[in-house]
Design a protein around this ligand. Sequence first.
Ligand SMILES: [Zn+2]
Length: 425
Amino acid sequence: MTDGPHYDHILRGGRVICPASNIDGIMDVAVKAGRIAAVQTDILPSAAREVVDVSGKLVLPGLIDTHGHVYQYVTGRFGMAPDMVGVQSGVTTLVDQGGPSCMTLPGFRHFIAEKAESRCLAFLSAYLVGGLEGHFYPDLYSPDGVDIDATVRSAVANRDLVRGIKAHAEIGGFARWGIRVLEMAAEIGKQSDLPVYVHFGQLWGLPESGTNGEDVDTILERVIPLLRPGDILAHPFTRHPGGFVNREGEVHPVIQAALDRGLKVDVGHGSHFSYRLAKNALAAGIVPTTLGADIHGYNTHVPAPAGTPAEHADDENHPFAGQAKFSLVQAMSSMMALGLTLEQVVPMVTSCPAEMLGLTDTIGALRPGMEADVTVLTELSGRFVLRDNEHTEVIAERLLQPVFCLRAGRRHEAVAPILPQAIAA
Ligand SMILES: [Zn+2]
């Protein structure tokens, strides 16, 4: 017999962590024809065309970012190049949070999902216009800008891409129109049987006339009863008013009951994230379900698309201006610096988002037969500085960095220009 090697690649000798298959140990991962072929100890090196030594590294199911903004050129400066936040940052699956709408989803499919090397999915915007630069044009996000039937039809007809619905519960919208938009978004979620991802924390400016008697600290308790098990509360640790921690510095009493009822929590790190408030919420026992980096063109320094109006292109004075460089993997280090363990954080970017997306058979695990989406990280030990947008610093003793990933067996180096460098304390 002159058979060639049995496998295409073996990732050899890394620490494999796959929460969905209860694996955590030194193992080899073999890939054949773009799929996981075997995950076990001591696979014969001669069985593969190529052996990649990943000893000393972490080998994880391809990371899933539950909160991306990658509808490039359509969502203004929000929209990043998908592969920059995706495979070039060690992330194999991206969920665009509310960029495309029922009107603009075909463009997302054609120009983003079908072109990107990264797997791109979406939570469909509850608003007809989608995730445009709403903070400049809040009037687009009124109840008149929501069409329940059209959005349900689009979601149902595009199940392969659309895995949920995106809406915002924040004081700017409540002060203008009250809770109506959230009721409509919840109805879209129910009729399309998809989870609703709800942004909390002030986003849009308040109307000139004031707040119409709305109190930011009552938004959570009024929105949560509209939501179903599996729906997602996002930005729990926001530094903006209206998150999980109220103005008195206490974790809102309705949160634990909501989690007990099966609601989920996504960090949605981005520019909202506050170490100060995260410490508060974690101390109260609120552990997020999924991570979500929430990287966009305002909180990372990438050039604004050609033709962007000058006042929209100004980085420094923008309300969302952020840390310039960021990644989902850096968000993992952030959680660990707050005291969560690696073993707690890995499911937040693998098995738990796969569940949120209803795709546990397809992504989020290293299981023979599944497409070979694999992320390889290094872990640096030392003392590293992490900083949020309130300029609070924490010291990370373990810093994760992406090395490369496989997307359906194809290798992509972690070379994104937005990847943060390690800063020693
Ligand atoms: Zn976002």
